[in-house]
Every structure is written in structure tokens, then in C-alpha cells.
Design a protein around this ligand. Structure first.
Ligand code: G3P
Length: 229
């Protein structure tokens, strides 16, 4: 399972990268605005800065909503860096643009996917990634994880190569449940990734190991290993 971080915050991207488990980054216009990144040139430079931090795919979303606009913008984004994936909305022109880019060998991420039918269309258009938003479905009393299961089932039936990128992940249980279902990728906030580290028995166990080591090595026993291992 690939781990992407869903943010435009460079410090958080660096922190996740330093853990050694990061496979890529997803952004969207809201996340860019949250970091105060505005204006086409600043936005492009920010994408390049993200690509310099991580080794994997970096999704950059188009703002245009018509086919020609998406193609122009997507080509500009893809030219910024080899790691850029063109992120397109799940609307008719987005599907057309997805097909256009996949025919040209440019990676795509079809976003704002909320149904199995939309995911089927994205796969037919040759999307590299499809992004079902699980948290936003949960927000309206609809089981987001069930959508991941449905898409997994459909894609496996036909061996579609489009990767299921579980998006709008909000917490650690989303990550674990997506892994159980077989999502290819999850993208979430740093807290959902770092939350996976936590267990009180790890903390208390480590505390006891260190206390026992210290106690044993404070004696003059000849069997005791030397301090400094
Ligand atoms: O990956 C999509 C994501 O940015 C949306 O997350 O939490 O705004 O639903 P959220």
C-alpha cells in the first residue's frame, strides 16, 4: 500500500518524508489556499518545491473545467516536473481530458469520486489513480469504506490497472480499513500517518526495557554487558 500525504504544507511533507514511508503527495486548490499559496507562478513554484522533497508522484489539480482549458493547464503542470500527476475532476470534460492525457502517457488522478460508476468511468478513461473521498461520504451518513470495497471488486473483475487512491482519509482507522480492503494508495493528513505509530504498550514496554538495562548495568556483575551498546 502506498502512503501519500494530503497537504501543501512543506514542513509536514518533510516530516512524513523523513519517516521513510512516504510514496507521494496529493494537493488540491483548498489545500494550496490554506497555505496561502496564490497566483499561477507561486502555485507552480510550490509544486516544484514539493517535488524536490519527495521521490514519488505529486498530484497537481487543474482549475479549468472545460476540456481545452484542462488540457492546456494539465500540459503546463506536467511540464513542471517528471513527478507531477495531472489531477482532474470527475466531470464529463475531466473524463475526456483523462483519456487525452493517458493516451499521451501522462499520469492522471481523477478526483471528487463518490460512486462506483464514476470510478468505472475513470478506469475506462485510463486514469492512473482514482480518488474516492471516503471522509466526505462518512460526513453525510454514507459508508465511504463501502465505496472502496465496491471499486476494488469492480477493478479486480476486469483487471483495471487504475490504482485506487483512498482520499479524504481523516484518521488512522480509515488507513487500516483501506489497507484491509486493498486500496492501492491512501492519502491523508500527517496526523493519520503518525497516529499509526502510537500504542501505550510500546511506550510502557520500551520504558521497562530501558529501566531493566540500566538496573543490570549499574551493578558490577561481570556478566553485565558494557554500557554504550
Ligand atoms: O484528498 C482529498 C482531500 O483533500 C479532501 O479531504 O478532509 O477535505 O474531505 P477532506
Amino acid at each position: 500500500m502506498k502512503f501519500f500525504i494530503d497537504t501543501a504544507n512543506l514542513d509536514q511533507i518533510r516530516e512524513a518524508q523523513a519517516l521513510g514511508i512516504l510514496d507521494g503527495v496529493t494537493t488540491n486548490p483548498s489545500l494550496m489556499a490554506k497555505e496561502g499559496i496564490t497566483g499561477a507562478d507561486n502555485i507552480k513554484n510550490h509544486y516544484k518545491a514539493i517535488c524536490e522533497i519527495v521521490d514519488g508522484d505529486v498530484s497537481a489539480e487543474v482549475i479549468a473545467t472545460d476540456f481545452e482549458g484542462m488540457v492546456k493547464e494539465g500540459e503546463e503542470l506536467a511540464a513542471l516536473h517528471s513527478q507531477i500527476v495531472v489531477k482532474l475532476p470527475m466531470i464529463a470534460d475531466g473524463v475526456k481530458a483523462c483519456k487525452y492525457f493517458s493516451d499521451k502517457g501522462i499520469k492522471t488522478n481523477v478526483t471528487l469520486v463518490f460512486s462506483a460508476g464514476q470510478a468505472l468511468l475513470a478506469a475506462k478513461a485510463g486514469a492512473t489513480y482514482v480518488s474516492p473521498f471516503i471522509g466526505r461520504l462518512d460526513d453525510i451518513s454514507t459508508d465511504g469504506l463501502n465505496l472502496i470495497s465496491e471499486i476494488r471488486h469492480i477493478y479486480d473483475n476486469y483487471m483495471f490497472e487504475t490504482e485506487i487512491l483512498a482520499a479524504s482519509v481523516r484518521h488512522t482507522m480509515h488507513v487500516i480499513d483501506c489497507a484491509k480492503i486493498g486500496a492501492d494508495v491512501m492519502t491523508g493528513p500527517l496526523k493519520a500517518i503518525e497516529g499509526l505509530l502510537k500504542h501505550p504498550l510500546t511506550d510502557s514496554g520500551l520504558e521497562k526495557f530501558l529501566a531493566d538495562y540500566k538496573k543490570a548495568n549499574e551493578t558490577d556483575s561481570p556478566e553485565a554487558p558494557g554500557v554504550g551498546f
